[in-house]
Design a protein around this ligand. Structure first.
Ligand code: CUA
Length: 321
């Protein structure tokens, strides 16, 4: 069936996972059976419309009356029933294959939030804003949401999974990338204003490149606090709302922020020191700088970041003169 598939006809994205091939086979089988049935109905309908049309004013001939046909009823019950059962058999075979568990799977913890993706590799302690994967190795995603319902979708992998908010509510998804390259994880569940932009790179590398990437990331983690803070900022979506070049985005720019003086929404003024920066991360709506809307920055960072990570972020902000 794959040779007559929609993918080889260029109508679907490349198959970049082991699951994609199986799902496409099933999809193609359905596609051709349904196309055949549809054309059968189409042909008979057009034939009937043309051949049995009313001809002229005096054509009052009545159709032949018949009262049911047991043979026909049995025929059109058995054939579709057999077809549906056969397809459910094929489907259950594919499902078992798609969900096959490999005990050595690479675990990645995924957090989806408004509007970012964060990927953590528990074995190495790496945190990344991109999902980087070795080719040919099964990956097990353990996914949670920080706020509303999101959905993990990489069209090239043909897998999709809703991610639900709630403590200890972890949704799992397994797949095996089979093609190196760069793809995108998209959010497939309407989740607010920037839903359409909620995507992140997915990079599938060969195993040697992946090991090199891991080594590089782990080296970066152990360097100076400001460098760690920079990685945290890039990997957690901070820079979506805070610029580094002085231009105001949704929130104040980080350039030159440390040490500057600002008027707050309540009319008082504040010098941005370490204590204020820490407060601004932990309780973002307690002392909002005048001119910026309150209630936009999520108040979830106290749970999301460790004390060390907050200190690293502050060190990074203070380094941006
Ligand atoms: Cu997250 Cu749409």
């Amino acid at each position: 069936m794959t040779n007559f598939g929609l993918q080889s006809a260029g109508l679907l994205p490349v198959q970049a996972s082991a699951q994609a091939t199986l799902i496409d086979q099933l999809f193609n089988a359905h596609y051709w059976v349904i196309s055949f049935l549809f054309s059968l109905i189409g042909v008979f309908m057009v034939y009937s419309i043309v051949v049995f049309r009313r001809r002229g004013e005096n054509d009052t001939q009545q159709g032949k009356f018949f009262k049911g046909s047991t043979k026909l009823e049995i025929f059109w019950t058995i054939i579709p029933l057999g077809t549906v059962l056969y397809f459910s058999y094929l489907g259950s075979l594919s499902l078992a294959d798609i969900r096959r568990v490999e005990p050595q799977a690479l675990v990645v913890n995924v957090t989806a939030g408004q509007w970012y993706w964060r990927f953590e590799y528990p074995e190495t302690g790496i945190t990344s804003g991109s999902l980087v994967l070795p080719v040919g190795e099964q990956v097990l995603l353990k996914m949670t949401s920080a706020d509303v319902i999101h959905s993990f979708w990489v069209p090239e992998f043909r897998v999709k999974q809703d991610i639900l908010p709630g403590e200890n509510l972890v949704k799992e998804l397994r797949f095996t990338p089979t093609l190196t390259g760069e793809y995108k994880v998209l959010c497939a569940e309407l989740c607010g204003g920037a839903h359409a932009n909620m995507n992140a790179p997915v990079i599938v590398m060969d195993k040697a490149d992946f090991a090199a990437w891991e080594a590089g990331e782990m080296a970066a983690v152990s360097s100076d606090p400001a460098a760690r803070g920079e990685r945290l900022a890039k990997n957690n979506g901070c820079l979506g709302c805070h610029s580094l070049d002085g231009s105001p985005l949704v929130g104040p720019t980080w350039k030159g922020m440390a040490g500057s003086t600002h008027e707050l929404a309540d009319g008082s003024s504040v010098t941005v020191d370490e204590a204020y920066l820490i407060q601004a991360i932990l309780e973002p709506n307690a002392a909002v700088v005048k001119g910026f809307p309150p209630g936009v920055m999520p108040a979830t960072y106290a749970d999301q970041f460790s004390e060390q990570q907050i200190a690293d972020l502050v060190a990074y902000m203070q380094s941006l003169k």
